[in-house]
Design a protein around this ligand. Structure first.
Ligand code: SF4
Ligand code: SF4
Length: 359
């Protein structure tokens, strides 16, 4: 039996929470729902009223929730990337359905498609685009009048994007990373810069989900500046879901750098698990908290479960290999709406991510 002192403390805590919840006009139920859903004890010890918002601070972790006093969406400051070692494992399926689960749970959510070579989240979310802008990288322009053909620019360039041959300076714009090194190295300021367009960013809304994606120009090799532009777009104070490019090279590292949590999506096949292993090595090197989601899972196939046990990585969810999900996907529909039986899978995944990200 709990000592009387503990009981009194618990009573005081409840009273404090109720007091603050009462201040959040009509939102006390939501506050308690969220606390119960993520399975934590929420201690509302601080609140302030500014700009019409009431800020509730949970001292158990770094995540802050803000309830607009108008009773709209609840905000959370959390960025989750969905990645995979190889393409076609179901990254986009997980990302878009997770965004839907977040909105259904009352969160302000954003979907950021950073798979800029092949963005496909828009096929499922069908956003209304309201803003479109180009993204460029700076490339060198030589002033032949000033150039003294010293070759310093070619010597400093690590990408062979500028060469001085026979007193002429040649530039190879598609190989240029826009680092500005040649401009700094030129002793006579003969190098200026111009922008070279590599793609566009589009922003809009899909229902209540904020939507951002990047579209890389066809034949363009330089995707990282566009991925950075996608990452820096979209609203703050939301659950930001980054649909990362596949693989383990520069584009995916750019997409997941600085996120709070990474979900690695795999399929339970030897090929899928081999690439999951490579992705796990990369994530561990970056030191980002992570877990695995198995797509097209089959209760009789334990390959992925065994793999996660051996590599000591948490398996957060298994999405069944169900024809209804595949058919919804092929029609460009969300499993969340087309196969309601699987809503719970994504809702539970959302709760697990919140818990893991707060550790
Ligand atoms: S900006 Fe950097 S990458 Fe581009 S040509 Fe100059 S040194 Fe090379
Ligand atoms: S560093 Fe400047 S001066 Fe030298 S070759 Fe390059 S552009 Fe010409």
């Amino acid at each position: 039996m709990a000592p009387a002192k503990d009981k009194a403390a618990a009573k005081d805590k409840d009273k404090a929470a109720d007091t603050v919840a009462g201040v959040v006009a009509g939102e006390s139920g939501k506050v308690k729902d969220v606390a119960a859903r993520v399975g934590v004890t929420v201690s509302f010890t601080k609140y302030q009223n500014g700009g019409g918002n009431v800020l509730c601070r949970d001292l158990m972790g770094p995540v802050h929730w803000v309830y607009p006093s108008g009773g709209n969406k609840m905000t959370i400051n959390l960025t989750v990337a969905v990645a995979s070692g190889k393409g076609g494992t179901g990254k986009t399926t997980v990302s878009v359905n997770l965004a839907c689960a977040a909105v259904a749970a009352g969160y302000k959510a954003a979907y950021l498609d950073s798979d800029v070579e092949e963005p496909n989240g828009h096929l499922f979310l069908k956003p209304r685009i309201s803003r479109r802008y180009p993204v460029s990288v700076p490339v060198p322009v030589i002033d032949a009048e000033k150039c003294i053909a010293c070759s310093s620019c070619g010597e400093i360039c690590q990408y062979s994007a500028i060469l001085c041959i026979n007193k002429n300076v040649l530039t190879f714009e598609k190989m240029c990373h826009g680092c500005g090194g040649c401009q700094l190295a030129c002793p006579v300021a003969a190098i200026a810069e111009k922008g070279r367009k590599i793609g566009i960013v589009e922003e809009g809304v899909a229902g209540e989900i904020s939507f951002v994606h990047g579209k890389l120009n066809i034949g363009e090799a330089m995707s990282t500046p566009l991925i950075k532009a996608v990452r820096s777009a979209g609203p703050d104070n939301s659950l930001r879901i980054v649909d990362a490019p596949p693989g383990t090279s520069c584009p995916v590292i750019t997409a997941i750098k600085g996120v709070d949590f990474v979900i690695l999506v795999t399929e339970p096949t030897p090929f899928g698990l081999n690439d999951l292993g490579l992705a796990l090595d990369m994530i561990k090197e970056l030191g980002i908290p992570h877990a695995v989601v198995v797509n097209r899972s089959n209760p009789y196939n334990s390959l992925a479960r065994d793999f996660c046990r051996e590599r000591e990585v948490k398996l957060l969810a298994e999405i069944p290999d169900d024809r209804r999900i595949a058919e919804a996907y092929s029609r460009g529909e969300l499993a969340f709406s087309a196969a309601p039986a699987y809503r719970g899978v994504f809702e539970d995944l959302l709760i697990s991510i919140e818990k893991e990200a707060r550790r």
